[in-house]
Design a protein around this ligand. Structure first.
Ligand code: NOJ
Length: 564
């Protein structure tokens, strides 16, 4: 069993991260777009929540083809978000409150409006030509590559130099050529620029794609969408990350978390084991893909959602980091649906199930991530028409369906479950127009339910999700067992109750979660006694119903017991 010692104690393991999608957080100048000053105006809110790290989605100059993930200048702030001075003020305000900031590092691609690409595309002899991946048309059509945003594929023809360029994402996001040492040096210098400013670390966007097989072998049809086998984790990936670590990370006391698309559990330690000197943590997508067809994430497949499978995913990923490396615990990001709509019940049991999900998140091993708005139980937006969408991911696929005479209604219906914009609608602050996010038309519609779900209401209700999250965060900070304790799954085949223990030295806690709209009974194992356990937290106001070895749980009830 683990005990806490100096070597394994790290601030980034103890961190509780809050993700801010700035475009939708708070608009300070009434242009309909959230901005840095808007975040500054909510610093006290963040402090009161108790989080101690903010992951900020990209705020760098960008034409916003993919909402900031298409960077046209890495060292300047996008004017609609504010100025460098605003950013410095934000950093200062966060640090003053004991909150660190990790920036979003877009590594795999730039915008096509970045100066490097403008130069690169201008002629085959330009010194920037080799900053990107080009395929001369005289070699014929390049081998098919899948693009996340264009069904036509990831190579686009550019007439100016009679060549194709590669873009795994949008046509406006050409992939950088990491084989080129000059590119890598530019990127490392950019990273140091932000760290020297005081940024406390990075979330590495799509980092597994930076190395690819540039011999471009043909991909068998059945693997065309399989990033694990053909797109991500190319032959030099580890060399690049190790180099990045030597050149940048090792020089600062920072936190690094990789967006690990296409990394299997068996590979995770290659990136995160301490002696490998690469990253500290990464986050996987296995639970995001739970009950979904991984080859077509545009449609949900709810027929296949077994709690036991979810348990297996979390348990398998916990076990990966049992003795080395470190994981993350999250339910959603700006790329997925709302937490409570996807994993809980966003109607009758919105309050209870949100609290249950937070109980889980904040009692798992691995650094927890809270996505903005989940702390008040915001729900999916469920737009009825394509005109309401702003996300290239949704819009382009819709266009593809139209062009091919396919069923668009089924697609729109599916987006109500799976669209990335479900989680991107503006944060609902109060009952005022546009939920207090802005005084003008917001860039993306506010969810109509803001009259019932907003921060001001939550502040006035001691039984709100917000209050509960604050309590749960305080509890995690209080007892080291939540961070450093071993995790053990109980009753693995139970399809209703998710139960596990965390233990360290002679301390043991039991977490019991009824993932279900009906009441259920948890029968405890004979190895410990629950009848005289202390209740640490309970998302219902009634006393936990414990009789000898049984714990009766109401719908979506979550209880943590300290076993004596
Ligand atoms: C992952 C980001 O989270 C997502 O929003 C973006 O579209 C892609 N990477 C491309 O940068």
């Amino acid at each position: 069993m683990h005990s806490i010692n100096k070597e394994n104690k790290q601030w980034w393991k103890e961190a509780i991260v809050y993700q801010i999608y700035p475009r939708s957080f708070k608009d300070s100048n009434n242009d309909g777009i959230g901005d840095i000053k808007g975040i500054i105006s909510k610093l006290d809110y963040l402090e009161k929540l108790g989080i101690n790290v903010v992951w900020l989605n990209p705020i760098f100059c960008s034409p916003n083809d993919d909402m900031g993930y298409d960077v046209s200048d890495y060292k300047n702030i996008m004017p609609e978000m504010g100025s460098m001075q605003d950013f410095e003020e934000l950093l200062k305000g966060l640090h003053k409150r004991g909150i660190k900031l990790i920036a979003d590092l877009v590594l795999n691609h730039t915008s096509d409006e970045h100066e490097w690409f403008k130069q690169s595309r201008s002629s085959r002899n330009n010194i920037y030509r080799n900053y990107y991946h080009w395929w001369p048309a005289e070699k014929g059509t390049p081998p098919k590559r899948f693009s996340f945003f264009h069904e036509e594929g990831a190579w686009t023809y550019d007439a100016l130099t009679n060549s194709y360029y590669l873009h795994y994402f949008s046509r406006k996001q050409p992939d950088l050529n990491w084989e080129n040492i000059v590119v890598r040096k530019e990127m490392y210098s950019m990273m140091r620029f932000w760290l020297d400013k005081g940024v406390d670390g990075f979330r590495l966007d799509a980092f597994t794609f930076i190395s690819k097989d540039i011999n471009y072998p043909n991909i068998p049809k059945e693997y065309e969408h399989d990033c694990l086998s053909y797109y991500a984790s190319g032959p030099h990936l580890h060399n690049y990350i190790q180099e990045m670590n030597v050149e940048v990370f090792s020089k600062y006391d920072i936190m690094t978390v990789g967006e690990a698309s296409g990394i299997a559990p068996e590979q995770a330690l290659l990136f995160t084991a301490t002696e490998r000197k690469e990253l500290q943590t990464l986050y996987h997508f296995d639970h995001a893909n739970w009950g979904r067809d991984k080859n077509n994430l545009y449609y949900p497949d709810t027929s296949n959602r077994k709690l036991s499978d979810l348990k297996k995913i979390f348990t398998k990923w916990n076990d990966v980091f049992k003795t080395d490396g470190w994981g993350t615990a999250y339910f959603t990001t700006h790329d997925q649906s709302r937490m409570v709509s996807r994993f809980g019940n966003d109607t009758v049991f919105r309050n209870e199930s949100s609290k249950l999900l937070f109980t889980f998140l904040l009692s798992m091993r691995g650094t927890p991530y809270i996505y903005q708005g989940d702390e008040i139980g915001m729900t999916n937006i469920r737009f009825n028409t394509i005109e309401d969408y702003r996300d290239i991911h949704t819009i382009n696929y819709y266009k593809h369906l139209v062009a091919n005479g396919k069923n668009t209604q089924a697609f729109i219906d599916a987006q109500k479950e799976v669209s990335r914009e479900n989680s991107r609608t503006p944060v609902q602050w109060n009952n005022n127009i546009n939920a207090g996010f802005t005084n003008t038309t917001p860039w993306l519609k506010v969810n109509d339910n803001y009259n019932k779900i907003n921060v001001a209401l939550a502040e006035d209700d001691a039984d709100s999700i917000l209050y509960y999250v604050r309590k749960m965060i305080a509890l995690r900070k209080l007892l080291p067992v939540f961070v450093y304790g071993d995790y053990e799954l109980l009753a693995e085949d139970d399809e209703k109750i998710f139960a596990f223990t965390r233990s360290i030295d002679d301390e043991k806690i039991l977490i019991v979660l009824n993932f279900c709209n009906e009441s259920n009974v948890f029968i405890s194992s004979s190895s410990f006694n629950i009848s005289n356990a202390t209740t640490l937290i309970n998302n219902y106001n009634t006393k936990p119903n414990i009789t000898d070895k049984q714990l009766c749980l109401q719908p979506w009830q979550a209880i943590i017991l300290k076993l004596n």
